[in-house]
Design a protein. Structure first.
Lengths: 347, 818
């Protein structure tokens, strides 16, 4: 009996080690310890064993049973390990490139625009939007630009035929013509007409000038404007905002300076220079970055704000120009060609 | 405009360094575009010398040791020189020790290779006279030895090229800029002395000019003419020629030059006629007849229209008013009697004519921007003075003056406190007063107000028509205080209860999403070519999208879609050998509907087959359903649930999409539209783009994008296990899956009743082919059931499932596939 049990264990050891799949394992298990298994059959012979031998034999059988179970467990573990390996496949070569496209990239003008908007949001400005097709009133008249002003000339501004109709762009009068806005200042007017002050908006957007396309000019380009209307807004507040914007954008050492200038919709008006020593590809001490001023009382009167009560400032700049300065880009056309070798440099 | 420093010094004694003057002009509000130095700068200790002897330097091949006579004061100097272009006997500039040449080059007594040198013989470049450095400046005309060099060389000048803003036509003149600088540097402004005050030298003799009539007074509010007889035409004196040349004008003859000089001095354009050439002895200011012609001074024939103002004689136009004279009436060498015109023309009229003819001039530029009518006569008198002085002659009668001169009077009352309030910082009242008065904004009265500090009544001179309100004086005060002195401050920012515009939020979310899905964000031009537009919209729509005045042919129409630009970007990358597959853009598009355009916010993308890109591991290619996923996400950002929308295939000759491989949802009547799928393969191929291109665009009216005003409410969901059943239906191949899904869902819901809930019905398999009849397909749906409060039993689900199948068999044409 003992010899039989030893042989059973030895055979099981060999057989189980050769098992590769779960069905094989289940079959082998049944063969050994199942209801009709070899060990079970041996156990059933216990009755025929003399009573005094039974404890020793019982112990032997239990030991055998334990050893078989151990063998079975180990066989199952190795099958599970084999299955896992099959499921996992071969080891990866971590140095191979991913065949998937990516990552995506933001356009540099988006990056600059969003950065400016973030900076301005921190000081209470919200981002406004308005139509790119405008009427003469919103683009010019409301901004105190007289009918004979050169900026309104068909030589500089894109107009639509008098018959053109835009279903969702409102006109002030039926006679005025539609045009492509020459600046985002029209958003100021539409915002002010929507409700009373206080107002703090930043309006980035596309603008259009009838101009030759070259390294620094483009038929459409982007501007970003700020408008603040409140009580007791001063020239000093305007300067503080510009100092804040450019120190945030370019570092604390950045300075701005104002030079008197003329815009029809602000009084006084200024051009804004930026200390430029730390900018790439700039060899001047100061460079012009935008225009600004205190909102002209005529503009306030036109939108129904009392100029005696409200005051405000406006600031505007070209986004392409800013991006060109920040990144050292020397040709505006890159922004509209979308060569991926260009786009991938910034995001 | 070009402003000469020497010329300015006639009116204001500027002695500040050029850099400081340039800075002053800048901070007065006139951008200095360029500073040009001409002639010789003031040079001390540089004199005329004569080379008496020239010997080779003992220790250097290329140097000479010269004996140079520098006149009685200096005697004969030994000077080492490296130049080769001179000979003994030549007279040259010699910088003596102590002289400072341009570039702060100090001349000292020195030793050059062991040989002492007592100064330097100079080239034109070293003196700052010219760029030429080829050798010594050999002085022609043998000037006296020892003469200070500035007496020999043309005087130096500095010319500022200045941009004058349109509100300051008064500064299109030397006097105007001088006035600004006199205020800045606190120096007096000296006006030119005028002798002629309107008194005629001769008794009126109408033979030279019988009559002046203005037939178009609205275009010509003031016309004056003076007759000067017996002038002698010739070249202008050197000082006059030099001044004109310095600011870029070619001297012509003494009379014409005086006209230009006075214009550049005062800003008032003038014109001189040869009295003999005025046919009929008269001047008529009138509109031209349509088709009337004139040959202007530049030799070109101009065809006029009836909106254009001309100065005519009895027979024909002789000047295009305010713009340019005709060849037929100008002052020539043989002119003896002059008619001097000094007039005011309406800005708009001049501008229109100038633009129309494509013809401009210095005179026209000033008229367009506004000439002060109240100082016109002063300018005429000034010109008469100069003509009499330079060309001789006498002022003869009659003097004509047509038009009224409404007397000028303007006052602005402003308080010290008002100015400080607007500035946000304090400037002392004395400084303000001094600044204003420096600009000849004289303070007529000062009254002390109780609460607002001194109140000033400021008289505005006629040439400052731009000053009309107290705020305008704030700018004047600040300009003279210095805009670079605005004190720093912190930004104060009250929180406003408002958020970014919904369009901004949509663009931002769409871009974030697409970039997050590996797209490269592009920006393309809004304006597209007619040809390109024709591929995308109908002819009638193209008409509506056209500009009235495109600048170039390929940018003539508004874009109706973002896809055309993205395709162009794709093509550019492909043609440059740059692998590109996923491109996106957000921006405005313009969609025509029933003869009206609608400006829409839009987000678009395209996915191209990666051409020429090899990969060690193949990925499944993008297809229609890839595009559908992205367009669904974009629509959701705009608040549109595309799942609930009817989708229809895109058909028709336009629109750039491939029939049978693309779909559309929404339309402008609803305020939005979505298009997606495969782009027309023939179109893409004809563009030269390789491979299939899938794309999508979602466009929506900005006003439809509204901020979500109500917050989402939480909806409870069941924690009970779900029960699943699959059902395959054989249907006509042409039937859309969603139609069957909706029908099945309806049947299922009825079958379920209130017992539990049908959670979802989704197609999960589509099959067509072997085992199915021709023209049929099998759609397999997965049904998910759940109860909110208990585990469903197989039996109750089976009962319902059976009911569904019975109902399908009974009420539909679908076969249940077993």
């Amino acid at each position: 009996m003992q010899a039989t049990l030893t042989a059973l264990v030895a055979k099981a050891q060999t057989d189980l080690a050769a098992l590769k799949t779960r069905p094989e394992f289940e079959a082998a298990k049944a063969r050994l310890v199942g209801p009709n298994g070899e060990l079970t059959l041996l156990m059933k012979q216990m009755g025929a064993v003399p009573k005094e031998d039974r404890p020793a034999l019982g112990k032997l059988i239990n030991e055998t049973k334990g050893r078989l179970q151990g063998l079975l467990d180990s066989a199952l573990r190795s099958i599970a390990a084999r299955e896992l390996q099959a499921q996992l496949g071969p080891e990866v070569d971590p140095t191979l490139p991913s065949p998937d496209a990516g990552p995506g990239t933001y356009h540099p003008l988006t990056l600059v625009r969003e950065e400016m908007c973030r900076i301005l949001r921190k000081v209470g400005f919200i981002v406004a939007d308005g139509p790119e097709v405008e009427s003469e009133y919103y683009c010019f008249d409301a901004l105190n630009t007289p009918a004979d002003h050169p900026a309104r000339d068909a030589q500089d501004t894109f107009y639509f035929p008098e018959t053109a109709r835009f279903g969702n762009v409102s006109k002030k009068t039926p006679e005025e013509k539609y045009l492509l806005r020459t600046h985002t200042s029209s958003v100021q007017i539409r915002t002010m007409l929507k409700g009373p002050p206080p107002i703090r908006i930043v309006s980035p957007g596309r603008t259009y000038r009838r101009d030759t396309t070259d390294a620094t000019h483009s038929a459409n380009f982007h501007q970003l404007e700020c408008l603040c209307v409140d009580k007791n807004v001063t020239v000093r507040d305007l300067k503080a905002l510009l100092d804040y914007i450019f120190a945030s954008l370019l570092g604390r050492e950045t300075k701005t300076r104002f030079r008197p200038h003329y815009f029809s919709y602000t009084e006084p008006s200024f051009e804004v220079d930026l200390s430029a020593k730390h900018l790439p590809k700039v060899r001047k001490e100061w460079i012009e970055i935008g225009g600004c001023g205190m909102v002209d009382p005529v503009v306030f009167a036109g939108v129904g704000y009392d100029p005696e009560v409200w005051s405000g400032y406006a600031f505007g700049m070209g986004l392409e120009r800013l991006a060109m300065l920040l990144y050292g880009i020397d040709d505006i056309r890159h922004f509209y060609q979308n060569d991926l070798r260009f786009l991938k440099q910034f995001a | 405009m070009k402003i000469s420093l020497n010329w300015l010094r006639d009116y204001v004694a500027l002695d500040a360094p050029v850099e400081e003057i340039s800075r002053a002009i800048t901070f007065l509000g006139f951008e200095v575009e360029n500073v040009i130095r001409t002639g010789a700068p003031a040079l001390r200790d540089v004199v005329v010398g004569e080379v008496l002897a020239r010997d080779k330097h003992p220790n250097a091949d290329k140097l000479s040791v010269c004996q140079v006579d520098v006149g009685p004061a200096g005697g004969v100097k030994t000077i080492v020189c490296g130049a080769q272009n001179y000979q003994v006997g030549d007279r040259v500039p010699v910088a003596l020790p102590g002289a400072v040449l341009p570039g702060d080059f100090v001349i000292k007594q020195s030793k050059i290779r062991g040989q002492s040198s007592d100064g330097m013989m100079c080239s034109a470049k070293e003196l700052g006279v010219a760029e030429d450095a080829a050798g010594l400046l050999i002085l022609g005309g043998r000037p006296a030895i020892g003469t200070p060099i500035n007496q020999v060389l043309p005087p130096g000048d500095v010319v500022f090229d200045i941009e004058i803003t349109p509100n300051r036509p008064d500064c299109l003149s030397h006097l105007g800029i001088a006035r600004e600088l006199s205020a800045w540097f606190k120096l007096p402004l000296i006006y030119p002395q005028e002798k002629f005050r309107g008194d005629l030298d001769d008794a009126p003799d109408p033979s030279a000019l019988r009559n002046v009539s203005v037939l178009s007074p609205e275009d010509c509010p003031l016309y004056t003419a003076h007759i000067i007889k017996g002038v002698k035409i010739g070249p202008s004196p050197e000082w006059l020629q030099r001044r004109l040349a310095a600011v870029g004008l070619r001297p012509i003859n003494n009379v014409v030059d005086v006209g230009n000089y006075v214009m550049l001095e005062t800003g008032q354009p003038l014109h001189a006629f040869d009295a003999r050439k005025l046919g009929g002895g008269e001047i008529v200011v009138r509109r031209a007849a349509d088709g009337e012609k004139i040959v202007t001074l530049d030799g070109k024939e101009r065809v006029l229209t009836s909106r254009m103002l001309v100065i005519a004689d009895g027979h024909r136009p002789v000047v295009i008013a305010g713009i340019m004279g005709g060849e037929n009436s100008g002052v020539g060498d043989d002119t003896v009697d002059l008619v001097l015109e000094c007039a005011i023309f309406r800005r708009q009229s001049i501008r229109w004519t100038s633009r129309r003819l494509g013809l401009s001039s210095d005179s026209c530029y000033r008229y367009e921007r506004g000439v002060d009518p109240h100082t016109a006569l002063e300018a005429a008198y000034r010109a008469i003075d100069l003509i009499l002085e330079i060309a001789g002659g006498r002022v003869s009668g009659p003097a004509y003056r047509v038009g009224s001169d409404v007397p000028w009077r303007r006052e602005i009352v402003v308080t010290h406190d008002y100015i400080c309030e607007k500035l946000g910082f304090d400037i002392p009242a004395d400084e303000m007063r001094a600044g204003l008065e420096g600009l000849e904004l004289s303070i007529e009265r000062e009254e002390l107000t109780e609460a607002r500090g001194p109140a000033w009544t400021v008289t505005i001179p006629s040439w400052r028509d731009d000053l009309d309100r107290p705020i305008d004086l704030v700018e004047e005060v600040l300009r003279l205080h210095g805009t670079d002195k605005i004190p720093a401050a912190v930004v104060t920012a009250p929180g406003l209860i408002a958020d970014d515009d919904p369009v901004v939020l949509f663009n931002r979310r769409a871009t974030d999403y697409l970039v997050g899905h590996d797209f490269h964000e592009c920006l393309n031009y809004t304006l597209r070519s007619a040809r390109e537009i024709g591929t995308w919209v109908s002819e009638t729509a193209a008409v509506e999208l056209a500009l009235a005045n495109p600048f170039v042919d390929d940018q003539s129409h508004l874009r109706p879609s973002l896809i055309m630009g993205l395709l162009e970007s794709l093509k550019l990358n492909q043609s440059r050998g740059v692998p590109a597959s996923r491109l996106c853009e957000t921006g405005r598009v313009f969609i025509e509907r029933n003869g009206q355009n609608f400006e829409c916010a839009a987000a678009g993308f395209l996915i191209a087959e990666p051409i020429g890109e090899k990969a060690w591991l193949k990925r499944p290619a993008a297809d229609f359903y890839t595009a559908k996923k992205y367009i669904g996400a974009l629509a959701a950002m705009a608040g549109v649930d595309l799942v609930r929308q009817a989708l229809s295939p895109i058909a028709g000759p336009y629109y750039g999409w491939q029939e049978g491989q693309s779909a559309t949802a929404g339309e402008m009547a609803q305020g939005w539209t979505a298009r997606f799928g495969l782009l027309s393969l023939p179109m893409v191929t004809s563009m030269g783009v390789e491979g299939k291109v899938y794309a999508g665009i979602f466009a929506i009216l900005p006003e439809k994008l509204t901020a979500e005003t109500t917050r989402r409410r939480y909806v409870e969901f069941s924690l009970q296990p779900a029960a699943f059943r699959d059902l395959a239906l054989v249907v006509d191949a042409a039937v859309h899956a969603d139609e069957v899904r909706k029908g099945l869902a309806k049947i299922t819901r009825t079958a379920v009743g209130g017992a539990f809930v049908l959670e979802s019905v989704e197609a999960f398999d589509v099959y067509q082919g072997q085992g199915l009849p021709e023209g049929k397909k099998s759609l397999a749906f997965s049904l998910v059931f759940r109860s909110p409060e208990r585990t469903l039993t197989d039996d109750e689900v089976n009962v319902v499932f059976q009911k569904i199948q019975d109902e399908v068999a009974k009420t539909t044409s679908w076969q249940i596939r077993k």
